[in-house]
Each structure stands twice: as C-alpha cells, then as structure tokens.
Design a protein around this ligand. Structure first.
Ligand SMILES: [Zn+2]
Length: 68
C-alpha cells in the first residue's frame, strides 16, 4: 500500500536523532508527548528508537481535540 499522506518525523526524546514515529502533517505537535523509559508508565503507545534503541512511550493530550 502506497502512503500518500504527508507525514512528519517525530524524533526520539532521548537522543533527538532517531525517527521514532511519523505523525500526520496536520497534527499539533503540542498534543504529542514522548517519554523516555523512566516515564513509560505515562505513555499509551510504545515505539522504539532506531538510533539509540530505547523504548519511547507516546501519549496524546486528548482534551486538545475537544472543540467547543
Ligand atoms: Zn534515540
């Protein structure tokens, strides 16, 4: 399946170099929170940095998606 949506690389919070995940281009980066291994209990999703190999936790700030 070919990926046609534009995405933006989200970098590893530990080394700042590895591309941990891709976010859709319209996503507000302030809604995305990345955690290193010490804060992994706050995360909802997990990925792994291809550069330093650390487990990176990800969560979304859900209340920012609520519009009134
Ligand atoms: Zn890294």
């Amino acid at each position: 399946m070919k990926q046609t949506r534009r995405t933006r690389a989200v970098r590893c919070p530990v080394c700042g170099r590895g591309r941990v995940i891709d976010a859709a281009f319209g996503v507000d980066p302030n809604c995305l929170h990345l955690y290193g291994p010490e804060q992994a209990d706050k995360a909802e999703l997990f990925s792994k940095c291809p550069t330093c190999g650390v487990q990176v936790g990800i969560s979304f700030e859900k209340n920012r998606y609520t519009y009134k």
